[in-house]
Write a protein that binds this ligand. Structure first.
Ligand SMILES: NC(=O)c1ccc[n+]([C@@H]2O[C@H](COP(=O)([O-])OP(=O)(O)OC[C@H]3O[C@@H](n4cnc5c(N)ncnc54)[C@H](OP(=O)(O)O)[C@@H]3O)[C@@H](O)[C@H]2O)c1
Length: 329
């Protein structure tokens, strides 16, 4: 099969190559997916670039990318034959494994290939895994959010955009911050009831007014350290911050313990890879339900060819694009 892969970490154009590799065969409990699209996330480029300073390869050769979508074309022992031909979206294909979705085929545990709702495109399917599941966990970690008021920080980011749509689908009122006009448009189209430019407006004042002075129930936070003061200012007593990112790996936020304790604020540090199995399954079910209800539409910024995977990584790293980047296989 054709695949993009690297055998050492470093800048994308230096280490990512396209080549022919043996077709993977599904092991017991696995399916093989003939991929149509591979979805890129910051986790893929960070791992390849040695973001945390660790330049050691986890495997001698890595095919990057966790997300994807395609058709099941082979099943391993123990997997029902009825899965053959199923249109699926794929999550965490490369978690703890060498070979992800930047290839014509991927072999993965059967449960990591989720039936794609009828009418949903493969492009949509390739956007769901990391962003959708992270957003879902941040929102629903403590149960339903019907009637709650939620702030999604960075609502035009991949996770933020997913969080706005899922929060609306879950029955919440949603405020969101952005920093540019094209981001504002995207957050509004996703359904945010209030969109605030965090750079040009008084975000705290506008969000407080949005909650009629009552405070927010929950924040889905992309920049924990940078926004902790804002989040504290706009949360109600016993509110929740669900955060999935906090800037560079050395970020070590100072926690004002007494102030946070007095507000009874809970902080959930969310990492999609360590979500319990049931939480992954719940997220998959709800993402499909939101798609079927026409309430979840990922925004795709660009689609690259497999031999342009290095370019796609550079685009992901540039922070210049707004929306998901895919590789067509
Ligand atoms: N823990 C997990 O499981 C998990 C899962 C997925 C992603 N992540 C991490 O989360 C981060 C975002 O991922 P993504 O895929 O959503 O990336 P993305 O599509 O690039 O979006 C990042 C968004 O964050 C916004 N942002 C940056 N600083 C901000 C601030 N101080 N306040 C509000 N918004 C801010 C950016 O907007 P501006 O243009 O205004 O900066 C951008 O819209 C990455 O670091 C990724 O590795 C973690």
């Amino acid at each position: 099969m054709r695949a993009a892969y690297y055998e050492r970490k470093g800048p994308a154009p230096k280490v990512l190559v396209l080549g022919e590799l043996p077709d993977p065969q599904p092991a017991p409990g696995e399916v093989r997916v003939k991929l149509r699209f591979s979805g890129i996330n910051p986790t893929d480029t960070k791992l390849r670039g040695g973001w945390d300073g660790n330049m050691e390869m986890p495997f001698p050769r890595v095919i990057p990318h966790q997300d994807g979508a395609g058709v099941v074309d082979a099943v391993g022992p123990g997997v029902p034959q009825s899965r053959l031909g199923e249109r699926v979206w794929v999550y965490e294909a490369q978690r703890g494994r060498a070979f992800g979705t930047a290839a014509e085929y991927v072999a993965i545990p059967s449960e990591n290939a989720v039936a794609l709702p009828e009418g949903a495109s493969f492009e949509t399917g390739a956007c769901l895994g990391i962003a959708g599941m992270t957003a879902h966990r941040c929102l629903f970690r403590d149960g339903g959010i019907q009637g709650q008021t939620v702030l999604v920080a960075g609502g035009a980011g991949a996770v933020g955009h997913a969080a706005i749509q899922l929060a609306k689908w879950g029955g919440a009122r949603v405020a969101s911050t952005v920093s540019r006009p094209e981001q504002e448009k995207l957050a509004r189209e996703a359904g945010a009831d209030l969109v605030v430019n965090r750079k040009t407006e008084d975000a705290a004042a506008r969000i407080k007014a949005f909650t009629r002075g009552l405070g927010l129930d929950r924040v889905v936070e992309v920049a924990f350290e940078a926004n902790l003061e804002l989040d504290r200012a706009v949360l109600k007593a016993n509110g929740v911050i669900s955060t999935y990112s906090s800037g560079p790996p050395e970020s070590a936020p100072r926690i004002p313990f007494t102030a946070i304790m007095r507000q009874g604020i809970s902080v959930h540090f969310i990492l999609v890879y360590v979500m319990p199995r049931e939480a992954h399954q719940l997220a998959a079910r709800d993402l499909n339900a939101a798609i079927e209800a026409g309430r979840y539409r990922p925004h795709i910024a660009g689609i690259f060819k497999l031999d342009e995977t290095a370019k796609a990584h550079e685009a992901q790293e540039s922070s210049g694009t707004v929306g998901k980047l895919l590789v067509g296989v």
